[in-house]
Design a protein around this ligand. Structure first.
Ligand code: NAD
Length: 456
């Protein structure tokens, strides 16, 4: 196992020099990052193509563009976020003032997955830098081209005692986790999330865990079916379903199931053609192991459309499976591929209790025109975040903190949320020396009686 104690020691020393806390220094770093991304856009797109066969459109929209937006937003607001905030003092604290100072943790480790290998590594990094931390980035080993470009860009432009990239797989992660870190931001699967939290617990290191799970997508009988079909086809099959917030499975009301599935097929045809895997423009499955895992689901239920694969190209076409129930293999864990199983329901409360019998999802989508139905679902199911009458889009707003709940994760980021997760809020009370209220002391006459006047 590699030893990273020197790197972490160097970063801690640099952090303690105070440089990273300087706001101009942070802004300079964020602006540099932005320039680097803009000037290496093509190189990044080529790497994403080589790793996952992503189209330039997808790469820009879901990886590069989203990160540039996050940078723009952060650069614009970080001065305000970093300012100490004055808060009220209560009457019992008469004479004093109270402040909250956001302060960086120190050395932050960011561990990223392979599905959006650029965005999910760099978006947390923006938060870490903005908050004034030093950072170590550990991208996924399954997307080596993107990881290589990231490593080159960072190492050629940032001193490693400030921002470093450690490439490698599980051993690299484990080597880093052995050391004492000040913050760990992990994006990945639920089982690895548990390992990360266990490692963090040894040093009581705070964590953000951005995990996954089975995200339901509900289509009620009063939904705008045509829009629902297109928005679901887009959200599910983008990146070949390898999106943490992709609809994992559909729950469609019995009354509209047939009509909806026909529209869904139309939408897939419109967006990806009916021969997506021969088009050369459909994202591939990241590895043979994942390809085999997914291919094994294709005999579950009945294939409504799709189902063809190309092992050599690691491609699976958009597939919809009907006649599915909760006992099918495809319903056990997060699918994370272009396979969409369809369950039907008749009774809303019963469907809600079926979802609630499982771990809390990372995302949930409701398609319905009825405010009452929307409210009923929102009131009765806990989930990380989601949309009404859309899929995936909630993730793109810097005003909506993004994260899971229960098994789908701990903590949330994006926009100010990214600054906040990488900042400790230091609360400070500044007492007056103009006077000294006597009743706080036990030797005051009738101390208890006087205290009770204020503390009731
Ligand atoms: P993963 O958990 O296998 O790997 C994530 C990272 O952890 C990689 O960098 C990997 O090298 C490292 N890792 C793997 N095993 C490890 C171990 N035993 N000890 C220490 N580090 C280890 O996840 P993945 O396959 O790369 O990504 C897919 C998963 O990520 C899905 O479950 C998906 O839902 C989830 N995800 C969540 C979000 C989110 O924002 N919530 C976003 C994308 C993906």
């Amino acid at each position: 196992m590699e030893n990273y104690s020197d790197l972490i020691e160097k970063q801690r020393e640099f952090f303690l020099s105070g440089k990273t806390k300087n706001l101009s220094f942070r802004l300079e770093a964020l602006n540099l990052l932005r320039r680097l991304i803009k000037s290496h856009e093509q190189e990044l797109m080529d790497a994403l193509k080589a790793d996952l066969n992503k189209t330039e459109f997808d790469s820009y929209l879901t990886e590069i563009g989203i990160v540039l937006e996050e940078l723009r937003f952060t650069i614009k607001h970080v001065r305000k976020w970093a300012r100490p905030r004055k808060v009220k003092s209560t009457l019992t604290l008469f004479g004093s003032k109270s402040f909250i100072y956001p302060e960086p943790y120190g050395v932050a480790l960011v561990i990223a997955p392979w599905n959006y290998p650029f965005q999910l590594a760099v978006a947390p990094l923006i938060g870490a830098i903005a908050a004034g931390n030093c950072a170590i980035l550990k991208p996924s080993e399954l997307t080596p081209h993107t990881s290589g470009v990231l490593s080159k860009l960072i190492h050629e432009n940032f001193p490693e005692e400030y921002v470093a990239v450690v490439e490698g797989g599980v051993e690299a992660s484990q080597g880093l986790l052995k050391e004492k870190l000040d913050y760990i931001f992990f994006t990945g699967s639920v089982p690895v999330g548990r390992i990360i939290m266990e490692a963090a617990a040894k040093n009581l290191t705070p964590v953000t865990l951005e995990l996954g799970g089975k995200s339901p997508c509900i289509v009620h009988h009063d939904a705008h079916l045509k829009f629902a079909a297109k928005r679901i086809a887009w959200g599910k099959f983008m990146n070949a379903g390898q999106t943490c917030v992709a609809p994992d499975y559909l729950y469609v009301h019995k009354r509209v199931k047939e009509e909806f599935l026909m529209l869904l097929k139309e939408s897939v045809k419109e967006l990806y053609t009916m021969d997506a895997i021969s088009s050369g423009n459909f994202t591939k499955i990241v590895s043979e192991r994942h390809f085999n895992r997914l291919a094994a689901f294709l005999d579950n239920g009945k294939t409504y459309f799709g189902g063809r694969t190309n092992k050599e190209a690691l491609a699976i076409e958009p597939t919809v499976l009907t006649n599915i129930d909760w006992k099918d293999k495809v319903m056990e864990d997060e699918i994370f591929g272009p396979i969409l199983p369809v369950l039907e329901y008749d009774d809303l409360p019963e469907m809600i209790s079926k979802i609630n019998a499982r771990p809390k999802p990372l995302a949930l989508y409701i398609f319905s025109e009825s405010e009452q139905v929307q409210k009923m679902i929102l009131d009765h199911i806990s989930f990380g975040g989601g949309c009404i009458n859309d899929t995936v889009y909630h993730l793109s707003s810097p005003y909506l903190p993004f994260g899971g709940v229960g098994e789908s994760g701990i903590g949330a980021y994006h926009g100010q949320g990214s600054f906040d997760v990488f900042s400790h809020e230091k609360s400070v009370l500044k007492q007056t020396t103009r006077f000294d209220l006597p009743f706080r002391y036990p030797n005051t006459k009738d101390a208890l009686k006087k205290v009770k006047l204020f503390i009731k």
